[in-house]
Design a protein around this ligand. Structure first.
Ligand code: FAD
Ligand code: NAP
Length: 260
C-alpha cells in the first residue's frame, strides 16, 4: 500500500522528554482538532520507509506503529502519546529526534476496543501497566475526572527505574490509589521494588488504602496494558482469584491490550 507524495497530515506541537528512553509528544492533525474517541483507543503514527523508494508516481510507503492516547477526549487540540525508545526498532529511533513543528503521518481517527464501554459504570478499576502501557489509563482517569465521575481507580505502574514513571506527578495528585513499582531502582528509591505482580499478590498488605477493596471479580475489574509477558503472567495469577477474560462472546472481568 502506498500514500501520495504529500504524506504528512499532522504536526508535533509539544514534546516532553521523560528520560533517555521515554518521550511524551502532542500531535495535532492538520484539521486543527482531534477526532472524537474513547479513552483507551490508539492512533497509528507513520514516517516514510527508508528501505523502499517512492514509486515512479511519487507515492511513498510508510512504516506505521500504534500508540495509545494518553489524552482524554476533551483535550481536543492534539493527541498526547507516550513513547518508549526501542533502540533496534524501525520507527521509534526516527520519532525521537523530531521536534516541535516537525511533521509526520497520523491516523485520521483513533480506534481500538480497549475501552470502558462494556464495563459497569460504577465498577472500581484496577489498572495495571508496564512502561508506556500507562497511557490509556491516564486517558481513562482524566476523562472520568473531567466528567465529574468519582469512580475508583487503582493505578499500578511497573517500570525499570523511577525516571520511567512518566505520569508520576499527575497520578500522585489525581485522587486515585497510585502504586508505582521499580525493578531496577537503586537504594534511593523508597517505593516498592519488583514487578507489578508484587502489588497484586500482596495487595492491601502493601497499601492499606486497599483494605476495603478485595481483589476479586465481584469487587473490581482489572485492566492490563503493555508487555505481553506481564499480561500472560497476570492473567494466570488472577484466574486463581476467579477472573475471566472479557471477550466479544463472553463478558468477563479481565481486559487487556498487548503492545507487542
Ligand atoms: C494497540 C497498541 C498500542 C500501543 N501503544 C503504545 C504506546 O502508547 N507507547 C509505546 O511506546 N508503544 C506502544 N505500542 C507499541 C508500538 O506500536 C511499537 O511496537 C513500538 O513503538 C516499537 O516500534 P518500533 O518500530 O520502534 O520497533 P519494532 O521494530 O516494531 O520492534 C518491536 C519490538 O519492540 C519492543 N517494544 C515494542 N513496544 C514497546 C514498548 N512500548 N515498550 C518496550 N518495548 C517495546 C518489543 O520487543 C517488540 O517486539 C502499542 C502497540 C499496540 C499494538
Ligand atoms: N539502552 C538501554 O540502556 C535501555 C535500558 C532500558 C530499556 N531499554 C529499551 O527501552 C525499551 C523500553 O523499555 P521499558 O523498560 O519501557 O519496557 P519493558 O522492557 O517492557 O519493561 C517495563 C517493566 O516491565 C517489567 N516486566 C518485564 N517483563 C515482565 C513480566 N513478565 N511481568 C511483569 N513485569 C514485567 C520490567 O521488569 P524487568 O526490569 O524485570 O525486566 C520493567 O519493570 C525496550 O526496548 C528496552 O529494550 C534500553
Amino acid at each position: 500500500m502506498s500514500t501520495p507524495t504529500d504524506w504528512t497530515n499532522a504536526t508535533i506541537v509539544a514534546r516532553r522528554v521523560v528520560n533517555a528512553r521515554c518521550l511524551v509528544i502532542h500531535v495535532r492533525p492538520d484539521s486543527g482538532q482531534v477526532q472524537p474517541f474513547l479513552p483507551g483507543q490508539f492512533v497509528q503514527l507513520g514516517l516514510p520507509r527508508l528501505d523502499v523508494p517512492p514509486t515512479p508516481e511519487g507515492r511513498v510507503r510508510l512504516v506505521k506503529r500504534s500508540y495509545s492516547l494518553a489524552s482524554a477526549p476533551h483535550e481536543t487540540e492534539a493527541y498526547e502519546l507516550c513513547l518508549a525508545l526501542v533502540e533496534t526498532g524501525q520507527l521509534t529511533p526516527r520519532l525521537w529526534p523530531l521536534q516541535v513543528g516537525d511533521r509526520l503521518w497520523c491516523d485520521d481517527a483513533p480506534k481500538g476496543h480497549f475501552t470502558l464501554e462494556r464495563l459497569p459504570a460504577d465498577a472500581p478499576l484496577v489498572c495495571c501497566a508496564t512502561g508506556t502501557g500507562i497511557a490509556p489509563f491516564v486517558a481513562m482517569l482524566r476523562a472520568a475526572r473531567h466528567a465529574g465521575v468519582s469512580r475508583r481507580f487503582v493505578m499500578i505502574h511497573g517500570v525499570r527505574e523511577p525516571s520511567d514513571l512518566a505520569y508520576d506527578d499527575e497520578l500522585r495528585a489525581a485522587g486515585c490509589t497510585y502504586i508505582p513499582l521499580c525493578t531496577r531502582a537503586g537504594a534511593d528509591w523508597h517505593g516498592l521494588h519488583g514487578r507489578v505482580q508484587v502489588a497484586l499478590t500482596r495487595w492491601s498488605e502493601i497499601n492499606p488504602e486497599l483494605s476495603d477493596l478485595p481483589l476479586d471479580p465481584q469487587h473490581a475489574h482489572v485492566l492490563l496494558c503493555g508487555n505481553p509477558a506481564m499480561i500472560d503472567e497476570v492473567r494466570d495469577l488472577l484466574a486463581l482469584r476467579g477472573y475471566t477474560l472479557d471477550t466479544a462472546k463472553a463478558p468477563g472481568t479481565l481486559h487487556f491490550e498487548r503492545y507487542w
